[in-house]
Design a protein around this ligand. Structure first.
Ligand code: KIV
Ligand code: ZN
Length: 502
């Protein structure tokens, strides 16, 4: 039997980036896109071009640089959106426009206030216009799983007739259960007369924790393209996770007899680390496939059995997802060449000037730390991909603290290139630092989360601090890394503040 390929449509840079606080610069998006291409993703949804000039720039930059994956841009069913998507894709070797239009009763009644006939007309017009600008058009009836079936069949049929070559079925609010998805996909295949002219796709959200199960069930029901994100990031509870879908298909060949993906699974872990580093979204330790504990065995009985026969307690080989493959260690004697080689292997493409800058920071780090691991390098490289023009830059932080002493912080910050300084006491050393920063920036954000982690092992490990700040009802995340945790704390705070658009 000839197996059929499941196309992997990655929307980390669009739906994933819609996760609150996950904003990425266009340079960071390009870094992720390079890695997605290396991972073997078939279609990269690079952004929602009309949403903002930054989104447009991100799609354009990716379109110019990525050659093997299809580059897709999202558009509402409006000509201005479709035109913006097409413009941003002008330089793409393989462009695709993804047009979406809500079809459920609740969306029609409250969002559009339009009858079904008008929605069908809008869908036809949108797809027809998109086809004039791009040969490859995907259509999504938003909230498809809560849409009246007969109406859904009609919308899909008309979208295909108007030229859509992929029909995506979104479970927009993550409402469905697998048996419902199975029957929905089967019904679409049986009731839409021209369905064979299009590739059928699935797009699941995780509100009830069903995103991956629903996507896999859709594949069993005949879908041949899966929308997903790295680490499952996305709106609200997130999207179906790429690594879970891919590894389920690979591991359970007995169930997924008829299909395969072209994903280079050994790149999965590296991709996960990159996305986590650049978005600032931590991967929970118990996350399937890429969590820190996904392949560690705590119980003695398990450990003993795994040594005797790995498959007693491991259904996947960690090496297949790139864990433990090459944690090359660099040290202070490593040269520029070794560093730049390693950065390339980790998925970063930097020009010589940036490599030189990272090399300088790497030498500083190697002086403080005996061994520099991949995760240390990813953190250094991630710093380099942040916005070039930073409003605030840390110059110095100095804190006096101890038992029975009120912590006292002194910070020096460059604001648009000019040095400013302030001093403050606080409830703890971090609080004192942040109060001193607030005196300079005059922003006074609400600190929603503060999280400190060691990047690698050892007492000399770098600390990474992640913060979430609330400023005027917007959430901004920031990340800072240093061998000094107070410096990391201030860097993270400033990183978040730098994301506020003035
Ligand atoms: O969840 C959703 O419905 C979407 C569409 C734009 C496909 O993200
Ligand atoms: Zn979505």
């Amino acid at each position: 039997m000839k197996k059929e390929k499941i196309l992997i449509f990655d929307t980390t840079l669009r739906d994933g980036e819609q996760a609150p606080g996950a904003s990425l610069t266009s340079e960071q998006k390009l870094e992720i896109a390079f890695q997605l291409e290396k991972l073997g993703v078939d279609i990269i949804e690079a952004g929602f071009s009309i949403a903002s000039p930054d989104d447009f720039k991100g799609v354009d930059l990716i379109a110019r640089n990525i050659k093997s994956s299809v580059i897709c841009a999202l558009a509402r069913c409006l000509s201005k959106d479709i035109k913006a998507a097409a413009d941003s894709l002008k330089r793409a070797a393989r462009p695709r426009i993804h047009v979406f239009l809500a079809t459920s009763k609740i969306h029609l009644q409250y969002k559009f206030r339009k009858p079904q006939e008008e929605i069908i007309k809008l869908g036809i017009e949108g797809v027809t216009y998109a086809r004039k600008l791009c040969r490859d058009v995907e259509f999504s009836p938003e909230d498809a799983t809560r849409t009246d079936r007969d109406f859904l069949f009609k919308v899909v049929e008309e979208a295909i007739r108007a030229g859509a070559r992929t029909i995506n079925i979104p479970d927009t609010v993550g409402y469905s259960y697998p048996h419902e998805i199975f029957s929905l996909i089967s019904d679409i295949r049986n009731n839409v007369p021209n369905i064979n002219k299009a590739v059928l796709a699935i797009h699941c959200h995780n509100d009830l924790g069903m995103a991956v199960a629903n996507s896999l069930t859709a594949i069993l029901a005949g879908v041949r393209q899966a929308h997903c994100t790295v680490n499952g990031i996305g709106e609200r509870a997130g999207n179906a996770s790429l690594e879970e879908i891919v590894m389920a298909i690979k591991t359970r060949k007995d169930t997924f007899k008829e299909v395969y993906t072209d994903i280079h699974t050994k790149e999965i872990y590296r991709t996960s680390r990159l996305v986590s580093n650049l978005t600032g979204f931590l991967v929970p330790p118990n996350k399937a496939i890429v969590g820190k504990n996904a392949f560690s065995h705590e119980s003695g009985i398990h450990q003993d059995a795994v040594i005797k026969k790995r498959t007693t307690y491991e259904i996947m080989d960690p090496k297949d997802v790139g864990i433990g493959v090459s944690q090359l260690v660099l040290g202070k004697h490593s040269g520029r060449h070794a560093l730049s080689d390693r950065l390339r292997q980790l998925g970063f493409r930097f020009d010589q000037q940036k490599v030189d800058e990272i090399f300088r920071k790497f030498k500083e780090l190697a002086d403080k730390k005996k061994e520099v691991f991949d995760d240390d390098l990813i953190a250094l490289a991630a710093e380099e991909t942040k916005t070039k023009k930073k409003m605030y830059e840390l110059t110095q932080v100095q804190v006096t603290t101890g038992t029975n002493i009120v912590p006292d912080a002194y910070v020096k910050i460059k604001v648009k290139g000019k040095i400013n300084q302030a001093r403050s006491t606080g409830d703890g050393p971090v609080d004192a630092c942040y109060k001193a920063v607030d005196k300079i920036t005059k922003i006074k954000p609400k600190l929603l989360t503060y999280k400190l982690d060691a990047i690698t092992r050892g007492k000399d490990a770098q600390g990474t601090v992640r913060v979430e700040l609330n400023v005027k009802k917007h959430t901004y995340t920031g990340k800072g890394t240093s061998t000094d945790i107070l410096e990391a704390s201030v860097k993270a705070y400033l990183d978040a503040l730098n994301k506020i658009k003035s």
